[in-house]
Write a protein that binds this ligand. Structure first.
Ligand code: FAD
Length: 451
């Protein structure tokens, strides 16, 4: 194949940096693309799209390469790699940012933090803004200001026919609706415009309780956060304490439960807000204090460097019941490796102020998106962490809402994708059929066009 009429750096299996270029965050994925095009600008993306379409080559889209299922890559196809498109322009007057898709959350957080602003998004700095946004975007500021898509104002998109279009509430509003949760199904987003919120320092960090106290801790968490103001966010976790500083040595390798908090209300009120939390238990570890938002957003980056084995399963959870708490404790007490964990990410608060029909993201009645992740650096542990994950997931099925957050799914089949979008699926099919009738963009949690 002659790739000469592609602009952007072109990497094929003959290049010495091919293996580096095809490496993604999840080392369980080993796909071998025919060509990786490192786009520098929107025109490079147009050229790559046109080239692949004319030559009948499958394409995948890569921003941060974090997707658990490895959807950034395609075997024998062409990868539209956006990692070098990483401009960010923050406008402190309008409290908005124009962001290219190759940025990580850490880049973006650093740029907005300078102005005392933040974008509600995920909890690990190495995640790509492209994939997280288009799938929804859950994180420490979700209860305060909604999902990332609730703060998305506009996108520039390269469609399957190579056309560059704008999508916002007024222009191509159907496309804009679909981009807010529908993933990479509709085109390559080459620029995002976001609304930013006022957040600089927060009162945040992890608190742990002994596993023997997990039932009381979950019950307390459930009740306490249900009535809390949207300024208080906390995700519940089962985990193994990392055997390293800053964790105290007596806790190393202990299986515990915990909550990672983020309070964004008036800092002088923080101690009072946390008084009942600290009185409950009390916790065996309390690292909650005033820190910059950027420190919170990157707190776990070193613990989870790229290149480990990851297997993901996920549920939406409406309520915690005595039975579901029991199941969580049963499996949360048998975490097989130190990096393996489960998190219950709140999607209530401000997320509930948007209706299911306003964006493609269709699960606003959930209180949590629960992710169960088997993780380990050692490939020999891949089966063990995968099995734990699947068993835990299966046990929770009767207590979950059906469907899952698309950004937490592996390749789980068409029924799971339909379940993720519920009543919005049919409308997504209509939008897909209009903008990508031949399903050119299908290396994703795929919404199939009609016909
Ligand atoms: C360690 C870790 C922590 C995470 N934490 C969170 C979290 O806190 N909150 C949360 O919501 N999610 C979280 N996720 C999940 C994350 O949202 C997904 O993995 C997401 O796909 C990552 O985006 P990316 O750009 O890095 O992905 P990539 O692997 O680069 O892309 C994934 C897919 O997204 C689509 N896509 C990406 N960019 C574009 C684009 N510019 N145009 C069109 N389509 C595009 C494509 O279909 C692509 O295949 C986390 C993942 C990891 C591994």
């Amino acid at each position: 194949m002659n790739y000469q009429n592609l602009s952007g750096e072109v990497i094929t299996p003959q290049n010495t940096d091919y293996d580096e270029a095809r490496a993604i965050y999840n080392a369980m994925i080993d796909k071998k693309p025919a060509v990786i095009v490192k786009c520098k600008n929107t025109q490079d993306v147009v050229n790559a799209v046109n080239y692949a379409r004319k030559n009948n080559i499958e394409v995948s889209i890569r921003s941060g390469g974090h997707n658990g299922a490895g959807l950034a890559l395609v075997d024998d196809g062409l990868v539209i790699d956006l990692s070098q498109m990483n401009d960010i322009t923050v406008n402190p007057n309008t409290k908005t940012a124009i962001v290219e898709p190759g940025n990580t959350l850490a880049n973006l957080d650093a740029a907005t933090h300078e102005h005392g602003l933040a974008l509600p998004s995920g909890i690990i700095g190495t995640t790509g803004i492209g994939g997280i946004t288009l799938g929804g975007g859950l994180g420490y500021l979700s209860r305060k200001a909604g999902l990332t898509i609730d703060n998305l104002l506009e996108c520039e998109v390269v469609l399957a026919n190579g056309e560059i279009v704008t999508a916002n509430k007024d222009i191509n509003s159907d496309l804009f609706w679909a981009l807010r949760g529908g993933g990479g199904n509709f085109g390559v987003v080459t620029s995002f415009k976001f609304n930013l919120i006022d957040v600089k320092n927060v009162y945040a960090g992890p608190m742990f309780w002994p596993i023997e106290q997990a039932r009381e801790a979950m019950e307390f968490y459930d009740k306490f956060t249900k009535n809390a103001s949207n300024d208080l966010y906390g995700f519940f976790a089962f985990l193994i304490v990392p055997p390293a500083a800053p964790f105290p040595e007596h806790l190393w390798n202990q299986n515990v439960c915990g909550i990672v908090w983020n309070y964004t209300g008036p800092i002088e009120k923080a101690e009072e807000v946390f008084k009942p939390i600290r009185e409950f238990g009390p916790p065996v570890l309390d690292f909650v204090s005033e820190i910059p938002m950027t420190a919170l957003n990157t707190m776990f980056d070193a613990l989870y460097p790229p290149g480990m084995q990851w297997y993901w399963k996920a549920h939406y959870i409406k309520e915690l019941t005595p039975e579901s708490i029991k199941i969580n404790i049963e499996h949360g007490s048998k975490i097989p490796t130190m990096h393996t964990t489960t998190h219950l990410y709140p999607v209530d608060g401000a997320c509930h102020e948007v209706s299911n029909s306003e964006t493609a993201w269709a699960n606003r009645e959930a209180r949590w998106a629960q992710v169960i992740v088997g993780v380990d650096p050692n490939p020999d542990k891949a089966d063990e962490v995968t099995n734990w994950c699947k068993t835990y997931f299966d046990a929770l099925i009767p207590h979950a809402m059906g469907g899952a957050y698309v950004n937490f799914m592996m390749n789980e089949g068409q029924e799971r994708i339909k379940a993720a979008y519920k009543n919005n699926y049919e409308k997504l099919v209509i939008v897909k059929t209009k903008y990508d009738p031949n399903n050119f963009f299908h290396i994703n949690q795929n919404i199939k066009p009609k016909g």
